[in-house]
Design a protein around this ligand. Structure first.
Ligand code: NAI
Ligand code: MG
Length: 483
């Protein structure tokens, strides 16, 4: 799909799909083998760009979950917990290397299955996923250095449930530290984006990792619930909606299962009048339109200092005109497909609601493909702190814009949310950055940038954004008993 702007148009530049290998049907990866679900049920995974079937995916039931947890337990007891740590590290390193070798294939499949632009899958998701394995491979035999004067012990079997916004990256965030710390794993990808996790299972198979150390099973929410409720799971790591996070917390209350929950967000991106404005505009665009706004830490609430508001909004609208919305596999695409019909429905519901609340809407005048699930980049001005579109997570390319006059005012407004995952601050003044980073109740605060990730730096939230940290040494400690 080409972008139809009044003044210019790009020729299509589609990434090829000839080199990728996909099966028509995928079974479950349990105990190092591909096994059929005893449910005998399969569900479809489709391409959100054209709504065409890509493959059929096995729907694991309680019996399959039992099998997967038992195989993880056996691998933990007999192999993984006994293996010298440096040997463990070698396996993790090997997985990273094979992922890197197959990076192009992984990027194309990620883009096909999730709807994210190939440019992002290729330049962000896949390299970062590899880097997580590389990073944690290095820690496997250095746990005593990571936690000096403490004894480290793995937790046992980790149940990991991940969402559809960064499918392979979330699998890497969860599996790599778990293995480095000496745990075994049962992982379930999201139902709309199982393919790269299944490809990772193939890579794990190729790496020769002992059978049962990583089990990858597919299914819907019921499969996830069976993992959460399984009595032989020692730790739950979950990324997804706040609603399911709360269900999980209730389900494990009173058990000795450890948990990390990484949930939703409504993060503030704050622009002061001394900020480098053109850079800040790029930061706003990256903060909310990156990955169609399917980002838990998306900068979905923009706060602009009042005296520059008109200028910033004018520049932002101008920039939005040049964003290319369309086929995710096109290398020119900036904003790809919304992950699912259901998610598009949620986003459209909020857009309607915003108009009903009296907010002023502006949407990019781009052409939208007729098939598939698409939403043009959207901004709302004239919103109140109490507007529902300012308070609730939309998880789409929808930005609300508010103004402020003083530092205290913007801190109060930014913190007035049930969430606390991330924030961005744009200013030339270093002291102001430090003042805000200590007062903003957010797990991550970016200064003069947005949506930057690194395996060495911890990530996680406050309040309804969840608890626990992933990444860095903090992410390692979440998979260890320290004494
Ligand atoms: P979800 O929270 O239902 O799905 C995330 C994962 O949890 C999936 O693998 C799903 O199969 C699993 N799951 C669902 N119900 C479960 C249960 N009872 N027990 C255990 N696992 C369960 O998210 P959904 O419905 O796909 O998206 C709804 C909203 O959630 C979005 O509109 C967005 O606001 C938010 N969301 C936030 C994410 C984040 O990264 N923080 C990621 C995805 C969605
Ligand atoms: Mg899909």
């Amino acid at each position: 799909m080409t972008s139809k702007n009044k003044n210019w148009e790009y020729s299509p530049s589609l990434e090829g799909t000839g080199h990728i290998k996909l099966k028509k049907k995928y079974d479950l990866f349990i105990n190092g083998k591909w096994v059929k679900s005893s449910s005998k049920k399969y569900f479809k995974t489709i391409n959100p760009n054209d709504e065409k079937l890509i493959a059929e995916i096995s729907h694991a039931n309680q019996k399959d979950v039992d099998l997967a947890v038992n195989s993880a337990r056996k691998a933990y007891d007999t192999v993984w917990s006994k293996m010298p740590a440096n040997e463990r590290g070698k396996y993790i390193y090997r997985i990273a290397r094979i992922m890197q070798e197959r990076a192009k294939e992984l990027a194309v499949i990620e883009s096909l299955d999730s709807g994210k632009p190939i440019r992002e899958a290729r330049d962000i998701d896949i390299p970062l996923a590899c880097n997580h394995f590389f990073y944690y491979a290095g820690w496997a035999d250095k746990l005593d250095y990571a936690f000096p004067n403490r004894k480290t012990k793995p937790l046992g079997v980790a149940g990991q449930i991940i969402p559809w916004n960064f499918p392979l990256l979330m699998a890497a965030w969860k599996i790599a530290p778990a293995l480095a710390a000496g745990n075994t794993v049962v992982l379930k990808p999201a139902e709309t984006t199982s393919l790269t996790a299944l490809k990772l299972a193939e890579i794990i198979e190729e790496s020769g990792l002992p059978a049962g150390v990583v089990n990858i099973i597919t299914g819907h929410g019921d499969t996830g619930a069976s993992i959460v409720n399984h009595p032989d799971i020692n730790k739950i790591a979950f990324t997804g909606s706040t609603g399911v996070g709360k269900i999980i917390q209730k389900a494990i209350a009173g058990t000795d299962k450890k948990a990390t929950l990484e949930l939703g967000g409504k993060s503030a991106n704050i622009i002061f009048d001394d900020a480098p404005l053109d850079q800040a505009i790029e930061g706003i665009v990256n903060g909310i339109f990156f990955n169609q706004g399917h980002v838990c830490c998306a900068g979905s609430r923009l706060f602009v200092q009042e005296n520059i508001a008109d200028k910033v909004i004018r520049k932002l609208k101008h920039r939005m005109k040049s964003l290319v919305v369309g086929n995710p596999l096109d290398k020119n695409t900036d904003v790809g497909a919304i992950n699912s019909k259901e998610q598009l429905h949620i986003i459209n519901k909020y857009i309607k609601l915003g108009k009903k609340e009296g907010a002023e809407i502006y949407q990019s005048e781009c052409s939208i493909p007729k098939k598939g699930f698409f939403c043009p980049p959207t901004i709302f001005t004239n919103v109140a702190q109490s507007s529902i579109i300012v308070q609730e997570e939309i998880f789409g390319p929808v930005l609300t814009i508010q103004t402020f006059r003083t530092v205290d005012e913007v801190i109060q407004k930014a913190n007035n949310t049930p969430f606390g995952l991330a924030a961005g601050v744009w200013t030339d003044k270093g002291s102001r950055i430090f003042n805000l980073t200590t007062k903003l109740k957010a797990g991550v605060v970016w200064a003069n940038t947005y949506n930057k990730f690194d395996p060495a730096s911890p990530f996680g939230g406050y309040k309804e954004s969840g608890f626990g940290r992933e990444g860095g040494m903090h992410g390692l400690s979440a998979y260890l008993k320290l004494s």
